[in-house]
Design a protein around this ligand. Structure first.
Ligand SMILES: [Zn+2]
Length: 189
């Protein structure tokens, strides 16, 4: 059976359109993924006011407040890509304080930061211990670290790895959920 020529022409036009749509889709998806994984660490030029009581929000409120990547890590216990932009930024940062992206609680300080070469921001102690809670994984293999104020997942803590630090602990933290305030900024009285 021979189909008229215009049939082929139409089919080709449709295929071309589908191809264009597919390409546009791939481009958009790539852009979204890039935007998520290439997100720099949040910074602020002023120390945030400290929460006075536990912070609880609905899922919808968290989704509104946090970026998709922050939400994935803080609320779904995700992990950021190692050696990503956040980690590169972290390595270059000078003195300062790290706050929780979810509730502004002070978590870590540059004074307890060290280079563990693991690809994630590392600290050997929290700067405000009451804001950081450790929870043993059910199988006992790892110890998870969460914000004690808003229950955001921060990362994990490992002990006894032989690092030359005062505690021999490595708080392996997702930089995506930290907000950095440089030291030269004065804390509110
Ligand atoms: Zn928090």
């Amino acid at each position: 059976m021979r189909l008229p020529l215009y049939y082929y022409a139409n089919t080709m036009k449709t295929s071309f359109r589908i191809l264009l749509l597919a390409l546009a889709g791939v481009a958009t998806a790539t852009f979204v993924i890039q935007a998520q994984t290439q997100q720099p660490m949040a910074t602020a030029d002023q120390a945030p006011e400290q929460p006075q009581k536990p912070v609880t929000k609905t899922d919808a409120e968290w989704r509104k407040q946090l970026t998709a990547e922050q939400y994935r890590i803080a609320r779904e216990s995700g992990t950021e890509r190692p050696n990503g932009e956040v980690y590169q930024t972290f390595k270059k940062q000078g003195g300062g304080t790290y706050y929780c992206i979810g509730c502004n609680a002070e978590l870590f300080s540059s004074k307890v930061k060290f280079d563990s070469h693991c690809g994630w921001p590392s600290f050997y102690d929290p700067s405000n211990a009451k804001n950081v809670k450790a929870i043993q994984d059910p199988d006992g293999s790892r110890t998870e670290v969460r914000c004690a104020v808003c229950d955001a997942h921060l990362g994990h803590v490992f002990t006894g790895e032989g690092f030359n630090t005062p505690t021999d602990k490595r708080y392996c933290i997702n930089g995506t959920i930290l907000k950095f305030v440089p030291a030269e900024v004065k804390k509110p009285d």
